[in-house]
Design a protein around this ligand. Structure first.
Ligand SMILES: [Zn+2]
Length: 348
């Protein structure tokens, strides 16, 4: 040290910014080192040691304080905030917590961050989570484990996020899928062949059937005007992995972006279907009541029959009030099997 410990300590006590850059002080009890001017609470003298340069403090095993950023002058406030979020992707962090960490007001933090990164801290955290989630699904981890590890907490939060994605405006209706470019793939499952079709915006088709040619015919008649090709790409693999996991292993629903055209009534019904918990069913009238149209049971049945994405929108969870499992666009026997599986019963 070029200055005495005594002088250094009084600079720390006084939060003397004039000595910033001359030395840093490290706190044994927290493992963190700071600039003299750091706004954080003063540590006890016996826990403090001094270093000429940040590198020495790092070599001694201390980490740079996020609040005063002693390791370099060039690290901006927004970058410190980003580093703090990166460390907390799993647990999550609120704006108030970030504001305390870096020692500026929440409003200033929000504005500065958005200026530099073009997204709010909350949006950035959500993106990092989605990123982590996708890479774990791609690695073939179980969906339930992935939702947990990505910090989503519970699948119910996924449901509420899915709702936002599903909320397409009816005005985007394109007859016969005109202008859509659909890539699809098929995969055998224990419930027959599964076909999944996607566009650049999301999943537009999920169907189950006995053989691939009939599923392909169905896709082409559903989207008569679209450009359709069998393809293989990571987004498609990811969607298939998620749907198969849900179908075969009772994994909770995952957030999958959808590209669907629908009336606003259909959208409301589909959103309601996505809220029926795994292992439960509702009657058509119950769903009608849930969307605020108690007399519209028949229209609900029709919205279910027009669902284009099996399993992802769980129309199989709607059953007749009279009993039984009722009809299913992809075969009544399959509906029965999926429901039995979701209730956790062995397959018959
Ligand atoms: Zn500090």
């Amino acid at each position: 040290m070029t200055i005495s410990d005594e002088v250094a300590w009084s600079a720390v006590e006084a939060r003397d910014a004039r000595l910033d850059g001359r030395f840093v002080f490290a706190v044994r009890s927290t493992g963190i080192y700071c600039r003299p001017s750091c706004p954080a609470r003063r540590p006890r003298r016996e826990n403090v040691s001094f270093f000429d340069v940040p590198a020495e403090a790092e070599r001694a095993g201390f980490r740079a304080c996020l609040r005063c950023g002693p390791d370099t002058k060039k690290v901006s406030l927004a970058e410190r905030v980003r580093a703090a979020i990166d460390e907390r992707v799993e647990d999550g962090v609120t704006l108030a917590e970030l504001s305390r960490l870096v020692g500026v007001s929440a409003a200033h933090l929000q504005r500065t961050f958005k200026q530099q990164f073009g997204a709010s801290p909350k949006e950035y955290l959500a993106a990092r989570r989605a990123e982590r989630f996708k890479s774990e699904v791609r690695e073939g981890k179980m969906i339930a484990a992935a939702t947990f590890e990505a910090g989503y907490g519970s699948s119910s939060r996924l449901y509420s996020q899915s709702d936002a994605r599903l909320g397409m405006t009816p005005g985007t209706y394109r007859r016969g899928g005109r202008g859509m470019q659909i890539r699809y793939a098929t995969v055998p499952t224990s419930l027959g062949q599964l076909l999944v079709g996607i566009t650049a915006r999301g999943i537009c088709a999920v169907s189950l059937g006995d053989d691939v040619p009939s599923l392909e015919r169905e896709l082409r008649s559903e989207y008569r005007e679209a450009a359709i090709e069998r393809a293989s790409d990571p987004a498609l693999d990811e969607a298939i992995a998620a749907i198969v996991a849900q179908l075969e292993s009772r994994a909770p629903a995952v957030e999958l972006p959808l590209d669907l055209q629908a009336t606003s009534f259909q959208l409301r019904v589909w959103n309601a279907l996505r809220k029926i918990p795994l292992g439960e069913t509702r009657t058509y009238s119950e769903v009608a009541a849930a969307v605020g149209e108690p007399k519209a049971a028949r229209a609900v049945a029709s919205a279910c029959a027009n669902n284009r994405v099996a399993v992802v929108i769980p129309c199989h969870r709607v059953v007749p009030a009279a009993g039984g499992t009722g009809q299913y666009r992809w075969g009544a026997a399959r509906k029965k099997a999926i429901l039995a599986r979701e209730r956790g019963r062995p397959l018959s």
